[in-house]
Design a binder for this molecule. Structure first.
Ligand code: HEC
Ligand code: HEC
Length: 450
């Protein structure tokens, strides 16, 4: 609704401007040297054309009658525009030309040059996590038109004529020199959504949805035009689940930080202190039957009952009681805040925070390749809601790391029940195998601590 008075207002600005300037300037004009009013220039903001008024003394010496009557005509025009049918004025909403084109039958002509727009992110719904049938396979590179981005930045709202496109890209490789993951393969489709009260007055939120994807052959030629989908096909899910007026800003940090930011958010140094929504659903009820776990999670070497250089006990009950006491939280060296785990503790991406005792910290500072007996690291593991849900512990118990046998490994995924740890003991293959890659001497966290 808000845009109706707006549109009438914009309509009137050139008229008002001319009228005002004529009324205002004429009585004093004669006293101005000619070069001053030569450069009065009015821009018709509706079509961008410049209405240059190069006034000469002559014109204004005929003065009063001409300018007054001109002003009067314009003012009348303006008033009649104000009172004109507001239905019709919806067609005059866009100040800049709309960033998309509909053909005569109202179909969207495939947007071009969108890779020069503002890139907002790439959600991934890989086929192999969706029974081979992701609704939108697989990477979705999402872009928004720069004018619409600017408007969102300054107002926090989607302007009339906002367009976002999502380009679908297959998963190409799952391995790179940097590690395992989902890497982009080939372009396989193109979708778009537009908010326009003028063009889609009947769609909920005025959002219409389009697909240019070749449905018979992913990656085949894109359609040149696309009709809006029926409301139930696309709009309904966006209406129900998207965070900001039908747009899934919960999956686009670029847009979340842009909303009402006024200035360019990427130029600020501040980063959120808490983690955003984590993709992996939390599971707080994981319990492990140690005897049923496969050999990789069993201790293979004896653990000394006490270890010099650390206050952390290695017996199952004592260790759990120690962790519950949280005495380690007073250690000098600890991460300053939680961060998403890069490892499977207890799920990739859930918040964790690491603590190191003095023995380990001094060794890290010294840059030792092997850490001394008593070196201890404890990692707090949190749920997606930042509730503590368990601990992982590693203690160097022997002179030599001996491929992981010289370390004691412990992990538990409960803060109330210490009876079913994931692993406890020396030489737990499931732990040391992953910990042997990267880091120093089986410690994955790097120094200095974050
Ligand atoms: C079951 C829910 C659901 C349905 C149905 C759905 N979408 Fe979406 N859509 C999403 C989610 C979630 C995102 C954001 C993350 C992503 O890209 O996977 C999204 C994002 C988009 C985007 C990027 C801009 C935005 O709004 O976030 C476009 C464009 C889009 N969808 C088009 C379509 C089209 C076209 C259809 C109908 C053929 C459709 N969607 C149907 C859930 C849905
Ligand atoms: C697949 C890889 C992987 C496996 C398996 C794994 N971890 Fe980790 N671990 C990591 C990563 C990565 C970190 C660094 C912090 C983070 O991102 O969570 C880490 C950190 C830790 C830390 C904090 C100190 C350090 O080394 O950074 C402890 C303690 C720890 N793990 C214990 C264990 C135990 C005990 C097991 C077996 C029950 C285990 N880990 C299994 C990947 C793994």
């Amino acid at each position: 609704m808000a845009y109706i008075p707006n549109s009438v207002g914009y309509d009137c600005i050139p008229l008002i401007a001319v009228a005002v300037s004529l009324f205002f300037y004429h009585p004093v004009l004669e006293s101005f040297p000619p070069h001053i009013f030569r450069y009065i220039e009015l821009v018709n903001i509706e079509n961008g054309s410049k209405l240059e008024i190069k006034m000469s003394k002559k014109l204004f010496s005929r003065g009063t009658t001409i300018s007054c009557s001109l002003g009067l005509i314009l003012a009348v025009g303006c008033v009649s525009a104000f009172s004109s049918d507001s239905e019709d004025s919806t067609s005059k909403v866009n100040i800049a030309p709309a960033p998309y084109t509909l053909d005569e039958s109202g179909d969207l002509i495939r947007p071009v040059d969108y890779r020069t727009w503002v890139y907002v992110g790439t959600p991934v719904t890989p086929n192999d996590m969706n029974n081979g049938k992701a609704a939108f396979p697989e990477h979705h590179n999402v872009y928004i038109h720069p004018d619409n981005y600017q408007h969102y930045l300054s107002t926090g709202e989607w302007s009339e004529g906002t367009i976002l496109v999502k380009e679908l890209v297959s998963v190409g490789s799952k391995q790179a020199v940097s590690g395992n993951g989902y890497f982009q393969g080939e372009f396989i489709g193109l979708e778009a959504t537009i908010k326009s009260r003028k063009d889609f007055p009947d769609e909920p939120g005025n959002w219409a949805y389009f697909s240019f994807t070749n449905t018979t052959k992913l990656g085949g030629d894109l359609a040149l035009t696309a009709s809006a989908f029926p409301t139930a096909s696309c709009n309904a899910c966006h209406a129900a689940s998207a965070d900001d007026d039908f747009v899934f800003t919960q999956h686009y940090p670029v847009l979340r930080s842009a909303k009402n930011a006024k200035r360019t958010p990427e130029n600020q140094s501040s980063r959120p202190k808490t983690l955003g929504a984590l993709a992996i659903p939390m599971n707080d009820d994981i319990t492990f039957d140690q005897s049923a776990r496969d050999a990789a999670w069993q201790a293979t070497q004896p653990t000394p009952s006490s270890v010099a250089g650390t206050d952390v006990p290695t017996g199952q009950d004592d260790l759990f009681a120690y962790l519950k006491s949280k005495a380690y939280q007073s250690w000098k060296n600890q991460e300053s805040e939680m961060h998403p785990s890069r490892g499977p503790h207890t799920n990739y991406g859930k918040p964790v925070k690491a603590f190191m005792n003095d023995t380990l910290s001094e060794s890290m500072i010294a840059g030792n390749k092997e850490h001394p007996i008593g070196s201890t690291a404890i990692k707090e593991m949190y749920t997606s809601n930042y509730d503590l849900e368990g601990w992982a512990v590693e203690i160097k118990t022997h002179e030599s790391s001996d491929s992981g046998n010289g370390w004691f490994w412990y992990e538990v995924t409960s803060v109330t029940d210490g009876n079913s740890p994931v692993a406890i003991g020396n030489g737990v293959q499931g732990c040391y195998e992953c910990h042997s890659a990267g880091g120093t001497d089986f410690v994955k966290t790097t120094w200095p601590l974050n």
